[in-house]
Ligand binder design. Structure first.
Ligand SMILES: [Zn+2]
Length: 349
């Protein structure tokens, strides 16, 4: 994971799944991770509450997750064999316990039509009661414009993170958050997030996400909110369930003018760009991987390739890919939005 993060150009990652004893021990044994490899690992976990809402938890120390594990009694059966345990308590109670241990919590992929804050509730308070949230994770189908006009979220930092749970370069770092950090440590990162020092969010175009538009979860046919309502949220073609898109859900919750948010840089993972340029079916193809490695060998890491390296320099490695990256930087991208569980697609103009 550490070497994959470095190739991507990330200075910090979440450990994910820190409530899993074996996974947690693996990271604890790998200390001092932060100084040795130059990539900071923030202890993190995702949990599902009794209303099936997912929460992201961040802590300064792995030992705090061990303490959290202890106070989640009775320990659910699945805690030792799943990364994302289902708890029998609600969001407010989970947040209270996390805060007692000095941890931070916020809704994960907040707008998705399954297992999210806004799939189940109409407000932060409805889920977390008296407990405050420390951040909100946007999820792949949203950018920060989606939450900017939701009165509930004023002053809450937005995180764009990849939800990768693995080192695949098409997933790890497909979204990331740029922070101004005082100290290079998990504590420094958490202080920066909660202190409002997010200076940029970055990630997929929301349309690339698999829940951007309202659509049938079986055949992916897309509907307007009115059509879906008129059909009783059941697809007339195949009886599949129609799932409300993140864009429509965010619009429902929005009112008034948007509050200022950090800029959002829209990106497409480099393996996906190369796959598109070479017209391959999968970014796992050998020639896609080879060209990807050539770009990294020439310029260091993927984020640098996507955002910083001048196009003429990129052209020396592969001209068509360089042209595609140039289009991406200028926003010359045509998007075919995803929905119902199918990712969106793109082409360059
Ligand atoms: Zn259908």
């Amino acid at each position: 994971m550490i070497s994959a993060a470095k190739k991507k150009g990330l200075s910090a990652i979440g450990s994910a799944d820190a409530l899993h004893p074996g996974w947690r021990r693996m990271w604890e044994d790998a200390v001092p991770i932060d100084t040795e490899d130059g990539v900071i690992v923030v202890p993190s976990a995702e949990v599902e509450d009794s209303n099936r809402v997912h929460h992201l938890i961040l802590m300064e120390e792995f030992s705090s997750f061990s303490e959290l594990h202890a106070i989640l009694e009775p320990v659910p059966k699945d805690l030792s064999h799943t990364g994302r345990p289902r708890l029998r308590i609600g969001g407010e109670e989970i947040a209270r316990r996390v805060h007692t241990l000095g941890g931070f919590i916020g809704p994960a992929h907040a707008f998705t039509p399954w297992t999210s804050l806004y799939a189940r509730h109409n407000s932060v308070r409805e889920c977390y009661g008296e407990e405050p949230i420390d951040f909100l994770e946007l999820g792949l189908s949203a950018d920060n414009s989606y939450g900017a006009s939701i009165p509930d979220l004023q002053g809450i930092p937005f995180l764009s993170s990849s939800d990768a749970h693995g080192p695949d370069p098409g997933r790890l770092g497909r979204e990331y958050t740029v922070l101004e950090v005082r100290e290079l440590s998990p504590a420094g990162i958490l202080e920066s997030i909660t202190g409002g020092h997010v200076i940029q969010n970055a990630g997929l175009f929301p349309e690339e996400g698999k829940y951007n538009r309202t659509a049938c979860s079986r055949c992916y046919r897309q509907y307007t909110l009115e059509e879906a309502g008129g059909l009783g949220w059941k697809c007339p073609d195949d009886g599949g369930k129609i799932k409300k898109g993140v864009r429509d859900r965010a619009r429902e919750l929005s009112c008034g003018s948007p509050h200022p948010r950090p800029p959002y840089r829209h990106l497409i993972p480099l393996p996906e760009i190369i796959r598109h340029v070479l017209s391959r079916k999968s970014s796992d193809c050998r020639d896609v991987r080879t060209l990807y490695e050539q770009f990294l060998a020439s310029f260091g890491d993927e984020i640098r390739v996507l955002t910083h390296v001048p196009v003429p320099d990129l052209s020396r490695v592969h001209e068509d890919t360089a042209m595609a990256i140039d289009s991406l930087r200028d926003g010359r991208v045509t998007l075919f939005p995803g929905g119902g569980g199918r990712y969106g697609t793109f082409s360059f103009e």
